[in-house]
Design a binder for this molecule. Structure first.
Ligand SMILES: O=C(CO)COP(=O)(O)O
Length: 252
């Protein structure tokens, strides 16, 4: 069985004092777990988060990055900078970045390649809107998002990525996808990985579900055959709600 991965995306939440409090509490109350644990705080607190979680099972992720090594890109952060401060993972192509910051399948492609080149693990986000799902376009759209994201990733590197399926209509809405919907779409993504590479790689790459995952729905979602973990927004902001999901994952 693939190891479970629980990743908390803090988005634009918490300032320094809260980062300190929540991560300290998380470290102190972390249950014994087989899952891989990741937290993605906002940029200004990444170094603080790396230091607070040193020698613990928690990995620190950035919420985005630029694909270039350095240069005239005001406001951007490069993969080399993230590696330099001890960040190990990076979210790429979150739907909020696509909607508000002009990210496209093309920039996602460049970022995924750059992350791998620098030894960062990309968490490639994909997802559809409610209208796209109603129009029956989900598989078509996600197939394109995944194919574009991986277009520059060679077979030898493909097993180093993490994929996250986040239906846009389920993010921050409390309207979680049903287990059947989430499982069917994650299984579709795995079949796409098999078509793009091979069945061994498809069986290795973790596929996470994200969108209103909470302690009370996590176990059912995480028990599905093709859901290997969660990308968690709101419920990752406090130590107690995140550890409750970790405990739920370990009941499977
Ligand atoms: O977008 C998400 C994580 O990246 C999901 O957010 P919520 O868990 O708050 O719905």
């Amino acid at each position: 069985m693939r190891k479970k991965i629980l990743a908390g995306n803090w988005k634009m939440n918490h300032t320094g004092a809260a980062v300190q409090t929540v991560l300290t509490e998380l470290v102190q109350t972390l249950p014994e777990t087989k899952a891989t644990l990741i937290i993605a705080p906002p940029f200004p607190y990444l170094a603080q988060a790396v230091s607070l979680t040193a020698h613990t099972p928690l990995h620190i992720a950035a919420q985005t990055m630029h694909w270039e090594e350095h240069g005239a890109f005001t406001g951007e952060v490069s993969p080399a900078m993230l590696v330099d401060i001890g960040v190990t993972h990076v979210l790429i192509g979150h739907s909020e970045r696509r909607e508000y910051n002009g990210e496209t399948d093309r920039t996602v492609q460049q970022k995924v390649a750059a992350a791998l080149q620098h030894g960062l693990t990309p968490i490639i986000c994909c997802g559809e809107t409610a209208q796209q799902r109603q129009a029956g376009r989900t598989d078509d759209l996600l197939g394109t998002q995944l194919r574009m994201a991986l277009a520059k990733v060679r077979m030898a590197d493909a097993s180093r990525v993490i994929v996250a399926y986040e239906p846009i209509w389920a993010i921050g809405t409390g309207q979680t996808a049903t287990v059947a919907q989430a499982q069917a779409t994650c299984a579709f993504l795995r079949r796409q990985l098999a078509a793009l590479y091979n069945s061994d790689i498809a069986a290795t790459v973790p596929i996470l579900y994200g969108g209103s995952m909470k302690a009370d729905n996590a176990a059912a979602l995480l028990a599905a055959a093709d859901i290997d973990g969660g990308l968690i927004g709101g419920a990752s902001l406090q130590a107690a709600s995140f550890t409750a999901i970790i405990r739920a994952a370990d009941t499977i």
